[in-house]
Design a protein around this ligand. Structure first.
Ligand code: ZN
Length: 195
């Protein structure tokens, strides 16, 4: 069925020829016992992993991932993402969002997004820290994709879904419409997502 140019690599060749493999960043592509990491790959613990999205190609003893960066799908306006607030300024927050699963396809390894203070709630926000805090988990909607992925949590169903006490980092719980630290009882405010 297949000609085997490298009989000594029998097991790998089978995998290679049976199905053309597409790798996502972080996917295992080969073993260091049989291959040397090439373009868009790295080796760790005797395994070779992809650093880009693309076709896995084997060139003699070297494994490459032929990057397909242009065909990778970006989130589109209206997509809903779950992310963690990683950084904050007075005017915006930086959010690391989990890979988007859509129609059974994992689209990106991570999405770095921006949440402008004007997209937090309708009306004026005096202090962004009354609405979100670093470490909070939010559910947000994609509002724009160029030049950056921009999020909005203005609508009731979007906002903070898990909050951590700014004093002691324990989980905040809702009690009589107040957000109270489960350990030190510090009271804080957030723009919460309503479900
Ligand atoms: Zn606390």
């Amino acid at each position: 069925m297949y000609s085997l140019p490298y009989p000594q690599l029998f097991t790998s060749i089978i995998v290679i020829f049976m199905d053309k493999k597409i790798a996502f960043p972080g996917d295992y592509v080969a073993s260091c016992e049989e291959f040397v990491p090439g373009k868009n790959t790295f080796a760790q613990n005797d395994n070779i992993y992809a650093t880009a999205y693309g076709d896995v190609t084997y060139d003699g003893h070297t494994v490459h991932v032929k990057g397909k960066a242009k065909t990778i799908e970006q989130p589109v306006i209206g997509d809903v993402l779950i992310g963690v607030i990683e950084g904050m300024m007075d005017t915006r927050a930086f959010v690391d969002c989990a890979p988007l699963e859509k129609e059974g396809v994992r689209m990106l390894s991570k999405i770095s997004a921006v949440l402008p203070v004007s997209n937090i709630r309708k009306g004026f926000v005096e202090n962004i820290r009354d609405e979100i805090r670093i470490g909070d988990v939010i559910r947000a909607k994609v509002n724009a994709v160029l030049p950056n992925v921009e999020l909005t949590i203005t609508y009731p169903e979007y906002g903070v879904i898990k909050a951590f006490c700014s004093r002691c980092r324990n989980t905040m719980v809702l009690n009589d419409r107040k957000l109270i630290c489960s350990k030190c009882e510090h009271v804080e405010t957030r723009k919460l997502a309503q479900l």
